[in-house]
Design a protein around this ligand. Structure first.
Ligand code: GLU
Length: 313
């Protein structure tokens, strides 16, 4: 049954919330955090927080501390020290070296402009046309390192969305493992870190559903265990736009967590909880009532008019 977890996995449940510190926690990220926390607690599991500050060019100073403070005020408690991706570069280097030693990577000298000119649209961005696949084009300095993909379908069963299949070579193409600025790509880092932290259950935003097959492929190549995945619908505004930090994504108000917790609980399709006096009380009740299978199997969820974004200002 979708959403359910077998008893043997239950015992070993390790989940995580992995925000990027690019601004204050907004309603959409809070929804994901709450789903991830509720699912871990409902299964008697361990819940971790990992700050994905891999891309220092997008990191906002002070954002990580603010995110952690918000999670704390909303009653979410992590069970092990918070980990930061900026400490993990050597692990990403080692993984990349392992892939290279296996002949699975190649250096690429193409720029974004080359890609825009020669690539065709895939399911998640432009598909690399393979220009440097058999050697760097003449006079091109190395820019990125790519994974050499092969045409084979990769399938997994998402706990919310069910069966999902993708042919990476055809739908995504040879993807970047190390960017032109030397920063390791999210796809590589997330796989290395989920394995390092022994994550068994990934509950995260549905914007990453299409990334999951790339992560499964890397796990296979690196000989890493594969977690189970549940992709929570993305909160969108009344125009169907993703809540971004820039526009409608008003940071949540950590001073008044209870109304927001109840609103989000309802958005996640869960049975309403009675009024409670405290955040601790909320979680005490929520934990035993969480059912992942009740989360709407949509990629996006429109924020109901009843929840005015202004109320989170
Ligand atoms: N760091 C990503 C984000 O903030 C989440 C990555 C993940 O959960 O795998 O969107």
């Amino acid at each position: 049954m979708l959403g359910s977890i077998s008893p043997s996995i239950r015992a070993a449940y390790r989940g995580r919330f992995a925000p990027s510190p690019t601004g204050a926690l907004h309603l959409g990220s809070l929804l994901t955090a709450i789903a991830s926390y509720a699912d871990a607690r409902a299964h008697g599991g361990t819940w971790l927080v990992r700050i994905e500050d891999l891309d220092h060019t997008r990191t906002v100073p002070g954002a990580a501390a603010a995110l952690l403070d918000t999670l704390h005020r909303f009653g979410m408690r992590w069970d092990e020290p918070v980990r930061y991706q900026h400490d993990r570069t050597s692990a990403y280097q080692t993984a990349l070296a392992q892939l290279t030693a296996a002949g699975l990577t190649y250096p690429c000298g193409c720029s974004r402009t080359d890609l825009a000119r020669n690539g065709r649209a895939g399911v998640d961005g432009t598909i690399y046309p393979g220009t440097c696949r058999y050697g760097l084009a003449a006079n091109r300095p190395l820019r990125t390192v790519r994974l050499r993909t092969t045409a084979a379908s990769l399938a997994f069963t998402d706990r919310i969305h069910g069966h999902h299949t993708q042919n990476i070579a055809e739908d995504v193409g040879d993807f970047v493992l190390r960017r032109a600025d030397g920063i390791h790509a999210y796809q590589l880092a997330v796989v290395v870190d989920d394995a390092w932290q022994q994550i068994t259950q990934v509950v995260r935003g549905a914007d990453l559903l299409l990334s999951t097959p790339r992560q499964l492929l890397l796990q296979q190549h690196l000989g890493l265990a594969q977690p189970r995945y549940a992709h929570i619908p993305l909160l969108v505004d009344h125009n169907g736009h993703k809540l971004s930090k820039a526009q409608a994504a008003a940071p949540v108000d950590p001073q008044h967590p209870l109304p927001t917790l109840h609103h989000i609980w309802a958005l996640l399709g869960q049975e309403p909880l009675p009024p409670v006096p405290s955040v601790t009380e909320f979680w005490a009740r929520a934990t035993s009532r969480w059912h992942c299978a009740r989360v709407p199997a949509h990629l996006t969820l429109q924020i109901p008019t009843a929840i005015s974004l202004c109320s989170f200002n």
